[in-house]
Design a protein around this ligand. Sequence first.
Ligand SMILES: Nc1ncnc2c1ncn2[C@@H]1O[C@H](COP(=O)(O)OP(=O)(O)OP(=O)(O)O)[C@@H](O)[C@H]1O
Ligand SMILES: [Mg+2]
Length: 455
Amino acid sequence: MARLLVVDDDPDMCAELSRLFSRRGHQVVTSQAADLAFDLLKEAEDDFDLVVTDLNMRGMNGIELCDRVVQNWRDLPVIIVTAFGSMETAVATMRAGAFDFLTKPFHTEALMVSVERALRHRALTEEVKRLRRESARTSTFGMIGESAPMQRVFELVERVAETDVTVLVTGESGAGKELVARAIHGHGRRAQGPMVAINCAAMPENLLESELFGHAKGAFTDARTARKGLFVEAEGGTLFLDEVGEMPLAMQAKLLRALETRHVRPVGAATEVAFDARLVTATNRDLETRIAEKTFREDLYYRINVVHVEVPPLRSRGNDVLLLAQAFLERFAARHGKKVASYSKAVAEKLLAYAWPGNVRELSNTIERAVALARFEELQVEDLAPRVRDYRSSHVLVAADDPSELVTMEEVEARYIRRVLESVGGSKSDAARVLGFDRSTLYRKLERYRIVVDV
Ligand SMILES: Nc1ncnc2c1ncn2[C@@H]1O[C@H](COP(=O)(O)OP(=O)(O)OP(=O)(O)O)[C@@H](O)[C@H]1O
Ligand SMILES: [Mg+2]
């Protein structure tokens, strides 16, 4: 069943067409003036599937209407019907982008054939659009995200994947750093090779060294056999050093040396071994702060930070939260055998308002819990964890509860500018628009409050 809009200034004609289409099971709305029809279309957003319009009407005629429809809704087909068929009008209707042109009196069958053809065409373009949306959701390296900041990440990943440069991936916990690292490996020319990952935070220093560089037989008590080490194991592929910010200083020096010489020396071995692995590192620490604190080597920082991919926090990705929520909902409904298919509008509002300090991982856990608890096919606010359900925007600009936390007007302004920048993904022109500043005013304030925007 499709929704048709019939436009004709002759009420009898409207009624006849309406009867005809209704009998075929379609839903029909009629309008006796083109400008009213256009308003109906605007209100309905994407709700109509086809417009059938008369050509000659008082006010806006059928060709003008068609022209405007095509300009606003490229994929909405228009069929023009007229009692005055001439070659010129036929050409004019086609030029306006009409799907078809019929002359009155028409054979009912001819009209129906044209209508069915237009509807099939419409259904197909909708399907293509849906598939494209779907693949935009899932196929960008298996990462979901349509927001501008995520699109920038995907572009960078794509460009960098083909090369061998060393990449540093940063971002808050749970933001998707490991997924980005895997995407860089999986879409480059080393994709056929191994991806070897190690978490630098999880290991004491001497163990980390022999894990990374290998060891000779008898190098230490337990070393009954020689071991290759991950640098060599990642031959032809990628070595992923997770939480590189936690690496002990002495180990940092050895890593730097290995990267500079492209050789490693296994623990207890007399000779060095060459390696051919691409290095990707990740951290949720601010390495520049660690450098200032002298817990991270500056020279190593420059070595690993040839290209920097910053994964934005979930709260700055706008509607991506909802796309991710839907994907997780489908995943967990299938996994737990629950018949949950969607979430209520109130849930969407809560998801959008919450700040997600644990980013995508937290969202995934939240949805899994909600799906497990759900009693209806639509997730309800009650299914959400209390911290999400009861969240009051805690980037409160003025913390009024405690008088000691009251701040100056300037501080409020600075915080608010930061908040806006965050929510528009760092775009200064968008932020200026939201704030009602012109760009130069915004720049002045950024400077004054020392707000750094890295995009
Ligand atoms: N854009 C995304 N689309 C789909 N799933 C995602 C996306 N980003 C992250 N995830 C999922 O969220 C979880 C956390 O991602 P990941 O482990 O890559 O984060 P991380 O930044 O490495 O976290 P941590 O700082 O804790 O190491 C994973 O289950 C991952 O599959
Ligand atoms: Mg990680």
